[in-house]
Design a protein around this ligand. Structure first.
Ligand SMILES: NC(=O)c1ccc[n+]([C@@H]2O[C@H](COP(=O)([O-])OP(=O)(O)OC[C@H]3O[C@@H](n4cnc5c(N)ncnc54)[C@H](OP(=O)(O)O)[C@@H]3O)[C@@H](O)[C@H]2O)c1
Length: 272
């Protein structure tokens, strides 16, 4: 039995069908549907891991470390945990990402359980936050200048997770999961223009403008500082990383941002 946490989320929603199609017995955890459990309700978590052999551990942004540790606390009987972490976890200069994911990574590595840790970079699906501007024909805000990310398709993250859950081939491995190419926001927007057959533009937002706008939206000063730090890192080339880890696990190259955009945005357009 495989427990999938975050089953209704970005990666989980792609992972569950892969596991079911493979014939695995899957317990889908959510606060709203399937097996109802909450990382913040220890009794519900104990019920969720009861009779489970393997866990896919994905904690949503916010209380990531707290949720990871709560799950690991009740999962000492399971054989293996595959944890979603994030690129640069544990690297000096990336203290915020590390504060979310390092406690869970360290607890898992020292738990005595089998483990695989997946550290994805920026998801292709983050581009969905641009939908309002795309629909309104407005320029897309660009916060990181020409800074690039190795944008990864969440479907590839799910496919790698499935391999790690279903085989022993990736035990005790830490993978940094990226797409095949480095892309800046303007380059991503150019690809979206091509896919949607329209001309989309970007507008550069300076750190000062970003700060004013995020505070006006009600974000806390701490969250604003965190976001600005992330933008600065990308702007200065600090996330310009591409690895071959997806290909190593899947035996095929990772999907491009264009692949993701074609499949996702055209489906969304057809629905609207
Ligand atoms: N986005 C990126 O570019 C990026 C890059 C690197 C790493 N990551 C990491 O990827 C992970 C996923 O991020 P995401 O933004 O895509 O999230 P997501 O998968 O959309 O996360 C939401 C999921 O978490 C579940 N959830 C939230 N709070 C819960 C709780 N208290 N108890 C039980 N389940 C709960 C939700 O389930 P229900 O609402 O159905 O209960 C939902 O399935 C995070 O750990 C993040 O740090 C993201």
């Amino acid at each position: 039995m495989i427990l999938v946490t975050g089953a209704t989320g970005t990666i989980g929603s792609h992972l569950v069908p892969l596991l079911v199609d493979s014939g695995a017995e899957v317990r889908v955890m959510s606060r709203r549907q399937g097996f109802r459990a909450d990382f913040e309700d220890a009794d519900s978590l104990k019920r969720a891991v009861d009779g489970v052999d393997t866990v896919f551990l994905l904690s949503a942004p916010g209380k990531t470390a707290e949720h990871d540790l709560a799950l690991l606390d009740v999962a000492q009987h399971v054989r293996k945990v595959v944890k979603i972490s994030a690129i640069h976890t544990g690297t000096p200069g990336f203290e915020l990402t590390s504060s979310w994911h390092l406690p869970g990574e360290e607890a898992l590595r020292s738990s005595g359980l089998m483990w695989t840790i997946l550290r994805p970079t920026t998801f292709a699906s983050n581009a969905l936050v641009w939908l309002p501007q795309i629909e309104a024909g407005e320029p897309i805000p660009s916060y990181c200048g020409d800074g690039t990310n190795g944008v990864v398709d969440p479907r590839d993250i799910a496919a790698v997770a499935a391999k790690a859950l279903l085989t022993d081939d990736h035990d005790k491995q830490t993978y940094t999961l990226t797409g095949p190419q480095l892309l800046s926001t303007p380059q991503q927007v150019e690809i979206l223009s091509e896919v949607l057959g329209t001309t989309l533009t970007t507008i550069d937002i300076s750190p000062d403008q970003a700060r004013v706008s995020m505070l006006a939206q009600g974000m806390s000063p701490e969250s604003v500082d965190f976001m600005l730090k992330g933008f600065e890192i990308v702007r200065n080339g600090g996330n310009a990383v591409v690895t071959d880890h997806v290909e190593r696990v899947l035996g095929r190259p990772p999907a491009t941002f264009k692949d993701w955009a074609q499949d996702t945005l055209n489906t969304l357009a057809a629905k609207s």
